[in-house]
Design a protein around this ligand. Structure first.
Ligand SMILES: *Cc1c(COP(=O)(O)O)cnc(C)c1O
Length: 381
């Protein structure tokens, strides 16, 4: 983005002035700063950012300006990105499966923490020359509900395996730590509670005192109508659970939010390209574009429909089938979306809170997905 690019007042102003024919991501640095401050002041430990949620340089730069000093990275490209935008920051490589080349690259970039969920990957790190003193964070999983979808189907050692890996990491001279991910968009504070108790019991069984415990991501963004999820309640619950479970052996805490930090700093603008025979809605964006996630985690309820002149559509809503622009029949939003009765071709749908796992997973499939990012002072009028 050039310095000369204008800063818009709001998404509605963009619609009135530009009547955009391709999807637009509207980023509000002020919203990101506010969420970052909420985490930095509210979370009882170190806040690191999971880069994969939104690696836009503008986002990273704003997080650094807000005071974020650590990043969860998952690939050499993410490592290079953070080294260039936030040179002095701490890098936590918490993708527990890596090729030997990726390990070599991360060692050279001075990654300070490594997650591990298997014997073979721990052996690989040693074979590639990871030196004692580095932090090994053993990632474990539990069958816990509460999130939009479960991360335990891909990563995480069982509790018994975690005991063994943690004891071994400590014996080898690594800084022993534990980590987990409760699943993304986790709205149930009890999930962290359960994981924290399990972490304490794994550490006890391994005979290890943890210097740090990393609680992963999963912090929810504001997707449903009504008030935003109560982050403070989750932070308080975490603090209490750590106190109860660890007592005097309380470890320093780390979290690695992706969605919870960035989602609410972006409003996405899609245009209604057709109302087929007044019924089915076709948008200029869909599941191969910035709306990739919706079939997995459900519709985003925080939407507004705006006419091209900037006026909101307010007729009573009824459910419609909504398709994306490609010729692929998977390109459909889940279920039916409640849209105002006066919806018309050329209208715009604002999806609030679409700053995570949207722009970054956008594709150019079928020639669509021309996505532009603009900056605004605020996201609602
Ligand atoms: C994706 C990921 C995160 C961020 O998850 P959110 O649900 O977006 O907060 C954090 N840690 C790890 C290891 C991840 O893979």
């Amino acid at each position: 983005m050039e310095l000369s690019d204008p800063i818009w007042a709001s998404p509605r102003e963009i619609i009135r002035a530009r009547r955009p024919q391709h999807p637009i991501s509207v980023f509000a640095p002020s919203a990101l700063q506010a969420t970052a401050q909420h985490f930095l002041h509210g979370f009882p430990g170190l806040v690191t950012y999971a880069v994969k949620a939104n690696p836009e340089p503008m986002v990273i730069e704003n997080l650094v300006a807000a005071g974020i000093t650590g990043f969860d990275v998952a690939s050499p490209a993410e490592i290079a990105l953070i080294r260039s935008l936030a040179p002095g920051s701490a890098l936590h490589y918490h993708n527990p499966v890596r090729s030997r080349d990726e390990i070599a690259c991360a060692i050279a970039a001075e990654v300070t923490s490594w997650s591990v969920d298997s014997q073979s990957e721990l052996d690989k790190l040693r074979a590639q020359g990871l030196v004692p003193g580095s932090e090994i964070a053993v990632r474990f999983k539990l069958p816990v509900a509460g999130a939009a979808y479960d991360f335990g189907s891909k990563f995480g050692a069982t509790e018994a395996q975690a005991v063994q890996l943690l004891a071994q990491a400590a014996a080898l001279g690594f800084r022993p730590s534990l980590t987990f991910h409760p699943g993304t968009q986790c709205t149930d504070p009890a999930a962290w509670d359960t994981y924290i108790r399990a972490a304490a019991s794994i550490a006890r069984a391994a005979g290890v005192t943890l210097a740090r415990l990393n609680l992963g991501g999963g912090f929810p963004s504001h997707r449903a109508q009504g008030p935003a999820p109560a982050l403070d309640e989750i932070f308080a619950r975490i603090d209490q659970a750590v106190e109860t479970a660890f007592g005097a052996a309380r470890p320093a805490l780390v979290c690695e939010p992706g969605r919870g930090l960035v989602a609410d700093s972006v409003t996405h603008i899609a245009c209604v390209k057709a109302l087929r025979d007044g019924r089915d809605v076709f948008l200029n964006d869909g599941v191969y574009g910035a709306l990739t996630e919706l079939p997995q985690i459900g519709l985003l309820e925080r939407i507004e429909v705006i006419a091209p002149d900037g006026r909101p559509r307010r007729a009573p809503a009824y459910p419609r089938v909504v398709f994306g622009p490609t010729c692929d029949s998977l390109d459909r939003l889940p279920g039916e979306m409640a849209l105002p009765g006066d919806l018309a071709e050329g209208d715009y749908i604002l999806f609030h809170g679409l700053g995570a796992y949207s722009g970054v997973t956008n594709t150019r499939f079928n020639g669509f997905g021309q996505l532009e990012t603009l900056t605004a002072m605020r996201l609602t009028d």
